[in-house]
Design a binder for this molecule. Structure first.
Ligand SMILES: *Cc1c(COP(=O)(O)O)cnc(C)c1O
Length: 369
């Protein structure tokens, strides 16, 4: 028996909601209101409600969300921003885009999220903000991070690109820090059919700045208060996302159930299964195990038709863009170790139990070889 199982199956999701999605797309084609307008506002309101935030501003990508959120908080040249190196490149890229300097600190070996004790040690005179990432869908330790931020008067901008609907002590991430940033990249837990993102928050003044920056610094049709960006969320994406938002809770519970199955079936496999911190709702954007001889295991899984992946093989301080610079000149032992051992198994709501069993069996075979 052989199966082909992708890391993410976007076709299965489209098949399940095709009529509604097609209707939404055709509504926009007919009304030709492609930029901003009612569709975008409606989705922003619905998403803010879902997160439990006062407001939301749709933008062109998750990267754009981070960039504009940092700018709205006044982050710029001469500032330092503390973040993790075990994440997608865009987290640090957005900091660099503002002219500020990313300062990487090491992660907790169990959750793979920022280690608050190390964050506090890294605070300097120049530190302006902390950007925690809720990696793989698990919230970072927001209680400790917010306390540090308060002590040192820092902004907290959450990178929630992988954590739609995740909760820390009952509160949805994105609305805990000063601003929260989400990505609607197609493979994310809530995905558009192209690029998209959103900034959420409770400070309407800050959100107003993001709203202005995403649209050329505009305050009226012909007046530009400042130099901004063309970083708007398209109405077509907003319409599709509005349909999908109605399913996100159902999809998230399926992800969580698949994670429980994996963890149960992998209990004696000789791999490290995901640790879930107390008091969080992990939304399993990715199901990531740790194994020695990771690259051999990955090759074997691919031979068996399983679309496993690595998130992420090269820590950001070792990326060519930062290597050899001041920014890359830092030692992060946990991050470096974890980067060699993490392995993402297929995870999406439509994944079936027989597929999970097949994947687990293949992992077991690979380990025993
Ligand atoms: C996907 C992602 C981003 C960037 O989002 P885009 O929409 O692709 O620009 C930023 N941070 C993290 C952690 C991500 O996973």
């Amino acid at each position: 028996m052989s199966m082909n199982i992708p890391l993410v199956d976007l076709k299965a999701q489209y098949a399940a909601i095709k009529p509604e999605v097609n209707l939404a797309i055709h509504r926009i084609l007919e009304n030709t209101s492609f930029i901003l307008g009612q569709e975008v506002v409606q989705f922003e309101d619905a998403f803010a409600d879902y997160i439990g935030a006062q407001g939301a501003v749709g933008v062109a990508s998750g990267t754009g969300a981070l960039h504009l959120a940092l700018l709205a908080c006044g982050v710029g040249p001469g500032d330092e921003v503390i973040t993790t190196a075990h994440t997608f490149f865009a987290t640090a890229e957005a900091i660099s885009q503002t002219g500020a300097r990313p300062v990487f600190v090491d992660i907790d070996p169990k959750t793979y999220n920022l280690d608050p004790a190390l964050v506090e040690n890294a605070v300097s005179e120049r530190t302006k903000a902390i950007v925690p990432v809720h990696l793989y869908g698990q919230p970072a330790d927001m209680a400790s991070l917010m306390a540090i931020a308060q002590r040192h008067n820092l902004w907290v901008i959450e990178d929630a690109a992988q954590a739609h609907g995740a909760e820390f002590r009952g509160q949805r991430v994105g609305a805990i820090g000063h601003l929260g940033c989400f990505s609607f990249y197609p493979g994310k837990n809530l995905g558009a059919y192209g690029d998209g993102g959103i900034v959420v928050g409770n400070d309407l003044d800050l959100l107003g700045k993001v709203r202005r920056l995403r649209n050329h610094g505009r305050i009226s049709k012909y007046e530009h208060l400042e130099v901004g960006w063309g970083e708007r969320l398209d109405a077509l994406h907003a319409a599709v996302l509005g349909v999908k938002l109605q399913y996100i809770e159902e999809w998230t519970e399926l992800r969580r159930a698949h994670a429980r199955s994996y963890t149960e079936l992998l209990a004696d496999a000789g791999v490290v299964t995901p640790f879930v911190a107390a008091d969080v709702r992990h939304v399993f954007h990715l199901y990531v195990i740790r194994v020695a001889r990771r690259d051999e295991v990955l090759a074997y899984l691919r031979e068996k038709g399983i679309g496993a992946g690595i998130h992420y093989p090269i820590p950001l301080h070792q990326q060519p863009a930062y290597r050899g610079t001041d920014i890359g000149h830092v030692s992060l032992p946990v991050t470096e170790q974890v980067a060699q051992e993490v392995l993402s198994l297929p995870m999406y709501p439509e994944l079936r139990e027989d597929q999970i069993a097949y994947i687990v069996e293949a992992v077991q075979e690979a380990i025993n070889r």
